[in-house]
Each structure stands twice: as structure tokens, then as C-alpha cells.
Design a protein around this ligand. Structure first.
Ligand SMILES: [Zn+2]
Length: 97
């Protein structure tokens, strides 16, 4: 829905889901006001949002590496017992898939 916005807009206003893995259980949004919330490291894939994450290609690459390693949790103690990766990746915002 933001497809017609100029490229200078870094991103949507607020994103609570990780762009790499779709983890969406953190109290802090990963992106706010179109800017990366630095320091909000994803406990799942370990990604820290940065301006490197404004490219779908780059995000797919990160995601590919993470999945290729077996989708390990960066913070294994945060991993829910009934964690379902297929459910989680559905939360990746559509424009970053
Ligand atoms: Zn993540």
C-alpha cells in the first residue's frame, strides 16, 4: 500500500514484526517512524534493524542465510515450546517478503 511513495521514505511508520524472520512478540517495534529501532535485536533471527534492511533483496539474503543454518534462535531461551516457523514467517510484512 506504500508502493507509490517516493523512494526517500525509508519505511512504514511502525513495524512490530522482524523483517527478516517475522518474529512479532517484542514489546518494542523494530521500526518506528520509518527508521530502524537500533538496539532492538530480534531474539529469533538475531537481526538488528538498520538502514541496510530497506532492500527486499538484502532481506531475502539475510533470511536465506538464517533459514540455511536451520533457523536458529539468537536467544534460545525466548523460543516458545510450540514455535512454528511457518506461522511466524507469515508475519513478515508483505513488502519485505
Ligand atoms: Zn528476526
Amino acid at each position: 500500500m506504500h508502493a507509490t511513495e517516493p523512494a526517500s521514505v525509508p519505511g512504514p511508520q511502525c513495524e512490530s514484526a522482524c523483517r527478516v524472520c517475522g518474529h512479532d512478540d517484542d514489546p518494542e517495534p523494530f521500526w518506528e517512524g520509518g527508521w530502524p529501532n537500533e538496539g532492538a535485536i530480534c531474539p529469533c533471527c538475531g537481526n538488528e534493524p538498520s538502514m541496510n534492511d530497506v532492500s527486499v533483496i538484502g532481506l531475502r539474503e539475510k533470511r536465506g542465510h538464517w533459514l540455511g543454518r536451520g533457523a536458529p534462535w539468537d536467544s534460545p531461551s525466548s523460543r516458545p515450546k510450540d514455535w512454528d516457523i511457518l506461522e511466524q514467517v507469515k508475519h513478515i510484512p508483505a513488502e519485505w517478503r
